[in-house]
Design a protein around this ligand. Sequence first.
Ligand SMILES: Nc1nc2c(ncn2[C@@H]2O[C@H](COP(=O)(O)OP(=O)(O)OP(=O)(O)O)[C@@H](O)[C@H]2O)c(=O)[nH]1
Length: 556
Amino acid sequence: MDVIGDLVWLQDARGLCLDANPAFERLTATKRVRIIGQPLDKVLGPAWTAALWQPDWSKLQSGEICSHESRLTIESVPCLYEITHIPQRDRDGELVRVQSLARDITQHHQRIEQSLHDSRRQLADVIDFLPDALLAIDRDKRVIIWNKAIAKITGIPPEVMLGQGDYAYTVPFYGERRPQLMDLVFMPDAELERRYASVTREGDTFTAEGFCNALHDGRGAWILARVAPLRDAAGQVVGAIEIIRDITERKQADEALRRSEEVLALFIRHSPIYAYIKEVTPTQSRVLQASDNFERMIGIRGSDMAGRCMDELFPPEFAAKISADDWRVVSSGELLTLEEDLDGRHYTSLKFPIVQGGRTLLAGYTIDITEHKRLEEDLRQLTRLDPLTQLFNRRYFFTRADQEYQRFRRYHHPMALCMIDIDHFKQVNDQYGHLIGDTVLCAVAQTLHDNLRQVDILARYGGEEFVILLPETDRQTARASAERLRVAVAKRRIETPSGPVSVTLSLGVVAVDDGPAMTLERLLDAADQMLYRAKQAGRDRVEIRDLGRPLESGGC
Ligand SMILES: Nc1nc2c(ncn2[C@@H]2O[C@H](COP(=O)(O)OP(=O)(O)OP(=O)(O)O)[C@@H](O)[C@H]2O)c(=O)[nH]1
């Protein structure tokens, strides 16, 4: 078909033709002169006139342009024409003429159709590509979008669901036809809102979580759904679109986390130790959970401590120290162990950072170790003491004597060592029995202890032998001390169930000052030799040797 071009013609207010262009002449196969003064239907015939001449008289009379589209078949080819009627009015506003223009928009229309088709295709691809399930319904609640993701979670392919109405799309989710979240887009429904776990509204968009019992072959699934209205160009709601996300795994993880937090909270609350979790900032620590038995420590139950800061629970200085320690742990990520005394009791604490819900908190526990400390001290004493006499035992004597001897070596202060043996003790045992022998041993130990200074280190050396290290003691003082012990024991009448018993002592003493370097063992040897000497010389006496000086002896 040759291009005809735009048809242009002019009519007066009565509809008689006033003029027409060549394209009009060609289309009507009528000469212009024959058209002028004729009514249009006489020129074009009723069918063509109906297609080209659809004036809106009220618009034209008020001076408004009006237009419409018409399908025409020209030379056997279907065409689409856009027809525009332009009113011309006189000075008084009376409509006098109408100029009309008919333009062939067939190709333009085809291009638009094609582009629309392409856009629809691309949109369909995008919708199918979305990982989230997507469906849309029109105003009549018929399904117009059902993407691959929703087909996957429901098992219903798009070709089955598209076009379906009467809530068919709710069956794969709920096993029944029922109103659902999308219906809120069309009309508010409080009863419907209550069916969902939580509905939030933002503008005209609704978001909700819900459990869909029919999904996954009836096992059910939690979904997060978001719906919004679909509007036409005029802003009228013409449908609704819904995006659905399966959040079952997240829900299960949330539930598992909630349960474990519950267990942790119960564990902390009823823990026999003082356990807690705190939220920590550089300046303040706030209790989130704490054991109820904190009541024993600070008089407040753990459940009442929740939400409180350190300065609401402890004196200011102590609170500041706790907060600083807590921040150190959280900021460094390192574990902290502490030992502290509070109101006469001894506590050990362990603090460490934990990550909960993406934030770093402080967890810790405190144990009251007062009893433990006491037992430990008792045990320590037990390992140091001779069980019969309650004097230091030989092993602990060496520990203490060694420390003292190091001091002597460092400062060159005088020092003395004294070995003591009860005379003829075998006879005591033989005459009175071993138990009385024990009583005598204890009495001698007590007498020695009572006649020594605090700084002197007295120990049971073994059997009926004792040893004393006398720090800061020169030869004369050592002699005097040994004599004092000898006399005190000799004078004592030891009361026993078998009557009073008296014993004497032999004492061997060595005194050293800034003399030649010696080991403790050699000093003990030397003292032992002096003791032997005392025994040889008749017992109940003191033999003393000043290392570096000649031997001397004394006693009764
Ligand atoms: N009852 C009692 N006797 C003890 C204990 N340890 C040692 N003995 C006794 O002490 C006595 C020591 O005797 P000996 O070494 O012969 O010396 P002694 O009789 O004291 O005589 P001299 O040391 O030579 O004066 C022995 O009979 C031991 O059994 C003890 O723990 N309890």
